[in-house]
Ligand binder design. Sequence first.
Ligand code: 3PY
Ligand code: MG
Length: 258
Amino acid sequence: MSRPNFPVNRLKTKLAAGQPAAGSFLFTGEPALVEIMGYAGLDFVIIDTEHTPNDSLQVQHLVRAAELAGITPVVRVLANYPAYILRALDVGAQALLIPQVNSAAEAESAVRAAKYGPQGERGMAGIVRAARYGFVPLGEYIQAANDNTMVIVQVESMAAVRNLDAILAVDGVDAVFIGPADLSQSMGLAGQFENSEFRRTIHGIIDRAKAADVRVGIFCAKAADARYWREAGADMLAVGADTMLFAAAVRDLVKDLG
Ligand code: 3PY
Ligand code: MG
C-alpha cells in the first residue's frame, strides 16, 4: 500500500519567503491549460467558479491537473458561503479566493469555514480527495489541511476599503486580493482603470496591507500592469486568464496572417 503525500503549496511558500508569486485565472474547464500554465512556470492558477459554470466535479479534475504540473490550485468560490468553501477544499483546493468580503465578520466566517477545529468548523470527512481518500491518518490530514490551506479574501468594494484594517487583523487571513473591476464599479468609476482616484485607492490598499504585514494580491489584465503593482508592493500577481491569453494569441495570429 502506498502512502500518498500532500502537495507543496508553492504560493504559500513563496509568499512566506517574501517573494512575489505569479499566476493566472482559469475560466475554461480545460485541465490541459492548467498543465500548460504549470509547465510554463506560473506559481498558481485561480480556478474560477464565480464567473464560470465550472462545477465541483470539473474543479476536482482541474485541481488534479494542477498537482500534476506543480502549480498551486487556488479556487475562487461562487460566494462567501461555508458550503461552497467546503466543496472547493474537499476536492483539494490549496487556497481559496473569496469574492466580496466586506467586513471582518465576513472574513472570520470564511476562515471558520476553511479550517478544522479548533481554529474553525469546516465540515469533516476523512475520505475525500483532499484527505487522500483516507490513506493518511485523519489527525495528520487535519493538521496538514489547517497548516496549508490559504484563505485569501477579495477587497473589491468601498465597504471593504473602509473596513480594511479590521479585515487585515483577522487571524487566518493569508492575503487580501484586489478586484479592480468590482472596486471601480463600487467607486462609481466602472471600468475606469486609469482614473487617478481609483489608482490612489489601490495604492492605499497595498500600503495598508503592507503596514499590517499581510500579503496582497491583485488582478492585472497584462504583464506591464503586474510589473507596476509588484513595484508598488503587491505580492500575488494574477495576470489575465486562459481565455484572455488564447484570445490575444489568436488575434495576433490573424493579424500576422495579414
Ligand atoms: C475584479 O476585478 O472584480 C475581480 O474580481 C478580479 O479578480
Ligand atoms: Mg470581482
